[in-house]
Design a protein around this ligand. Structure first.
Ligand SMILES: [Zn+2]
Length: 492
């Protein structure tokens, strides 16, 4: 990140004009964009073109073309909103994206060759370029418009009938954050031409602007430790955000939650790297940042996150890194992802030995208080239980079968629980399918994986292990159904 000073939402006015001739200009090319890749526009412009298409219909078609062909979505309201009303500082609650014809740009004279103007307001963003918070389109009422496809009709500024829909298409490109591009044929060329539909360059522009984490290599975060480094060759913030001047390195992680959870993310660096942590939603919106709230210059973010995909960014500064919180903008880090929940965690995904699938669900968690709450982090001196639960496929209920428990250490060593309740090395050549208990399968099988376990007593001070639970039926003894997402236990 670059330095940030305050989170005050002060909208900044930017104007973008579409010209009939080549002296239109544009200053929106710094890649401002809408959080969430969508905007609600009000299309109820009164009146109908000479050829019979209502202006509102032409607007809706133009908006629909962007929505259909790109990652950006225009939500279209048929209502009318005055584009000159309720804009600017102090009016944030009334932010509305209005569209209309006007003889002036809300009081400022139109240039004679300007067809339309998009006025938009941005506010400070915590990372990279500003968010667009309002955009209004004002069509130059001093000119003549109709709605038609194909080549432009003849005439000059004052006499030509301009195609309203392609101008709307162009202005909506500004609304979503695009600047002009005159390098190839495009609706976003700075002057109007014979093109009346979006071109590949327009579509690529919008898709790049809203690619979000797709602009970088990203990988899933897991509960437990995540190890990484910021180093030359990593993605940079300006790549991630498709613009801006922040060239600091960033590692991008996704965190997929099956349910709402209280999550704590800690970042611990090697002492050289000055790390910054961000957590946001899947489209890099609702970003929160921390630099050192865990003390010792270590960032920590906590909060309740809804089910779905979230983004975690490990970042540093583009410049001005100085002690005490680090000396460079490259280096190693480890990040812990810890959950707290009132119940066992629903484990996403399912795996099996032979590629079969069962209509089964897997749950798991670690508890220090007899199941009142669950987490994945415990201290080595605390007694804790590791619990699992399997909702057995109805077709397998009542059948003789078996349960299995396994764990994988950070070194990749696999231990399995035997029928005596001991964790022993997995020996697939001796027993391919591990069995911890043989029984007639119930609808729900609760597994006490570890009970009142104290890591310190086993000589463990710090470890990060993943547990797996599974079951099989005696009629298909080579098959084992088990959880995809593991039950993580992080002992510190
Ligand atoms: Zn323009």
């Amino acid at each position: 990140m670059t330095c940030y000073r305050s989170l005050l939402a002060v909208p900044v006015l930017i104007m973008s004009m579409f010209g009939a001739s080549a002296h239109a200009f544009d200053i929106s090319a710094n890649a401002n964009k809408w959080p969430g890749a969508q905007a609600l526009i009000f299309t109820g412009v009164p009146g109908t073109s000479r050829s019979g298409t209502p202006w509102s219909v032409a607007l809706q078609r133009a908006a629909g073309e962007w929505t259909e062909k790109t990652r950006f979505n225009f939500d279209v309201s048929p209502l009318y909103r005055d584009p000159c009303a309720g804009t600017g500082p102090g009016s944030l609650p009334e932010l509305l994206n209005g569209i209309d014809f006007r003889n002036t740009v809300c009081g400022n004279a139109f240039n004679a060759s300007t067809l339309a103007v998009t006025v938009f307001f941005t506010e400070f963003n915590i990372l990279g370029t500003a968010d667009i918070v309002e955009a209004d389109i004002i069509f130059n009422n001093n000119l003549n418009f109709d709605v038609y496809d194909g080549p432009q009709r003849p005439g000059s500024n004052a006499t030509r009938e301009y195609d309203f829909q392609r101008i709307a298409l162009h202005e909506l490109g500004h609304v979503l954050g695009l600047g002009h591009d005159d390098s190839q044929p495009a609706i976003m060329n700075s002057t109007i031409g014979n093109l009346s539909r979006l071109q590949a360059d327009d579509i690529n522009g919008a898709d790049t602007l809203y690619a979000g984490i797709e602009n970088c290599d990203y990988r899933p975060a897991r509960f437990g430790w995540v190890f990484g480094s910021l180093e030359s060759g990593d993605c940079r913030v300006q790549q991630l955000l498709s613009g801006g001047s922040d060239n600091s390195f960033v590692d991008v992680y996704t965190l997929d939650l099956t349910e709402e959870l209280f999550v704590t993310v800690d970042l611990i660096t090697d002492g050289q790297l000055d790390g910054v942590l961000f957590v946001g939603n899947a489209s890099l919106g609702a970003l929160r940042v921390d630099e050192d709230s865990a003390g010792n210059c270590n960032p920590r973010l906590t909060g309740t996150l809804p089910a779905g995909r979230h983004t975690i960014l490990v970042n540093t500064y583009s410049s001005n890194v100085a002690p005490p919180c680090g000396v460079t903008n490259t280096g190693n880090y480890r990040m812990s992802v810890v959950l707290q929940s009132g119940d066992l965690l629903t484990l996403s995904g399912q795996q099996s030995f032979q590629g079969g699938t069962a209509n089964a669900r897997f749950f798991g968690g670690v508890t220090r208080n007899g199941g009142q709450s669950y987490t994945n982090r415990v201290s080595s001196i605390q007694a804790f239980d590791v619990r699992g639960r399997i909702e057995i496929d109805p077709q397998h209920q009542g059948q003789p079968g078996f349960l299995a428990v396994a764990l994988i250490t950070p070194q990749g060593e696999i231990l399995v629980k035997n029928t005596a309740g001991e964790l022993v090395a997995y020996q697939p050549d001796v027993q391919l399918v591990p069995v911890s208990e043989r029984k007639v399968l119930d609808a729900v099988e609760d597994l006490d994986i570890l009970t009142q376990f104290r890591a310190a007593e086993a000589g463990i001070s710090e470890i990060d292990v993943d547990f797996y639970i599974g079951y099989g039926v005696d009629s298909n003894p080579g098959e084992l159904y088990f959880n995809g997402q593991p039950i993580n236990v992080l002992i510190e």
